[in-house]
Design a binder for this molecule. Structure first.
Ligand code: F6R
Ligand code: MG
Ligand code: MG
Length: 385
């Protein structure tokens, strides 16, 4: 029988400002899911990173199951009531619609779901990021499933040697493509380096995988909150579920992908590049410059619909070096203030509040008297510097 892992997350209010969740709200979400989940889901876990509450659910109804989505939606609604009473900042901010209408996608919360053939032991890791965007997973997911310098299993383990299939979404034009590694490695990289446009949505094993043929082994939330809402309502902080071990990246190969605090976009006002810092739950709150962007990792094992765990995977001095590098990079970047490339380029500021500021200045612009020849040069495509 197939099992479904559904991970759904939302920011429904924070304190003091986009920093962390409020414990009574988390408890209300927990209480709601416990009370209304009988017969629908077999187990769940509630966690959080920064200002986002995260619900991991196990069931056997497949992905996009309306009642499972509705359970999460209603739990977030119940939490929002508590958030509003406490006067939390941005109470209910990710619940963009008033009423649930069959599928939580496009309504604000982020969704990562996969239907799997659960193995005898089914270990997986839930990664949760705050103050960044879904494309922030491109780098580590590629490292885990396609880079032998990160994952020696791709070289050593015959079950991994054939590589994996990647489903990549163009989130701007709403279309997708499937490419395989190692065959299409350069094509994959040609896309996923543009992390605001191309986002790895899922990873599958190949048909030739001896233990787990043709299986979904990783899934990432790809909901573009800014595009849904039409204006900036917070970065669509992503989460991912990654299956591990036995012909898949080992637990440590999966975590290793975060040992380099690579740059992601988001951070303060969703407008800055900064390093992604791997942290344990005790540091899952956003402070300096509303960040820096962080990732936490919770390790579970699934058996007959029940979860054991989680283990707080980055709560380990082995990641102190990555954290130190991240803080050094923060010190370096912060000195640039509002300048690119610390601040995001114009094209990515479209959904922030900057265009409003620029619009207020537009009437004060005056034409510059440009000589004819220079005008022509400026409008021609130059192929030299
Ligand atoms: C980034 C984020 C925060 C806010 C910032 C300003 O994703 O949530 O950095 O953008 O704290 O928030 P407002 O505009 O709500 O005062
Ligand atoms: Mg927020
Ligand atoms: Mg957030």
């Amino acid at each position: 029988m197939k099992t479904t892992i559904s991970h759904i997350k939302a920011d429904i209010g924070s304190l003091p400002g986009h920093t962390t969740v409020y414990e009574p709200v988390v408890q209300e979400v927990q209480k709601y899911v416990s009370k209304h989940s009988e017969g629908l889901i077999s187990d769940f876990h509630i966690s959080h990173v920064g200002d986002d509450i995260q619900i991991t659910m196990i069931h056997n109804h497949g992905i996009d199951y309306p009642e499972v989505h509705e359970l999460a939606w209603n739990a977030f609604k119940a939490g929002t009531e508590v958030a509003k009473k406490a006067g939390l900042y941005g109470a209910g901010q990710d619940l963009l619609k008033d009423a649930f209408s069959g599928n939580i996608k496009g309504m604000g919360p982020g969704v990562a779901e996969m239907e799997i053939t659960a193995r005898k032991s089914e270990p997986f890791i839930v990664y949760m990021m705050d103050k960044t965007e879904p494309g922030a997973f491109n780098f580590p997911i590629y490292k885990m499933f396609a880079d032998p310098f990160n994952t020696p299993g791709l070289v050593i383990d015959p079950n991994m040697h054939e590589g994996f299939r990647f489903e990549i979404w163009d989130v701007v034009e709403a279309k997708k493509i499937e490419l395989s590694a190692p065959e299409n490695m350069y094509d994959i990289l040609a896309m996923i380096g543009s992390k605001g446009k191309y986002v790895i949505k899922r990873v599958y094993t190949k048909e030739t995988h001896e233990k787990l043929p043709d299986e979904n082994v990783a899934v990432i939330t790809t909901d573009k909150l800014s595009l849904i809402a039409g204006e900036y309502v917070g970065k669509d902080d992503p989460a991912a579920v990654v299956r591990i071990q036995s012909g898949l990246p080992a637990s440590g190969e999966s975590l290793e992908a975060f040992s380099h605090p690579f740059l992601v976009s988001g951070w303060m006002r969703g407008s800055f590049n900064g390093p992604l810092m791997p942290v344990g739950m005790k540091y899952a709150k956003m402070t300096r410059f509303d960040g820096p962007p962080r990732v936490v990792a919770l390790g579970f094992v699934l058996k007959e619909g029940k979860l054991a765990g989680p283990v707080d995977m980055f709560d380990d001095p082995a990641f102190d070096g990555a954290r130190k590098t991240a803080v050094d990079v923060v010190d370096y970047l912060r000195r640039m203030g509002p300048f690119e490339p610390h601040r995001l380029p114009d094209s990515e500021m479209e959904y922030t509040t900057l265009p409003k500021v620029l619009a207020s200045l537009s009437s004060r612009f005056e034409p510059i008297d440009v000589p004819k020849k220079a005008k022509k040069l400026a409008s021609s495509t130059r192929d030299y510097d």
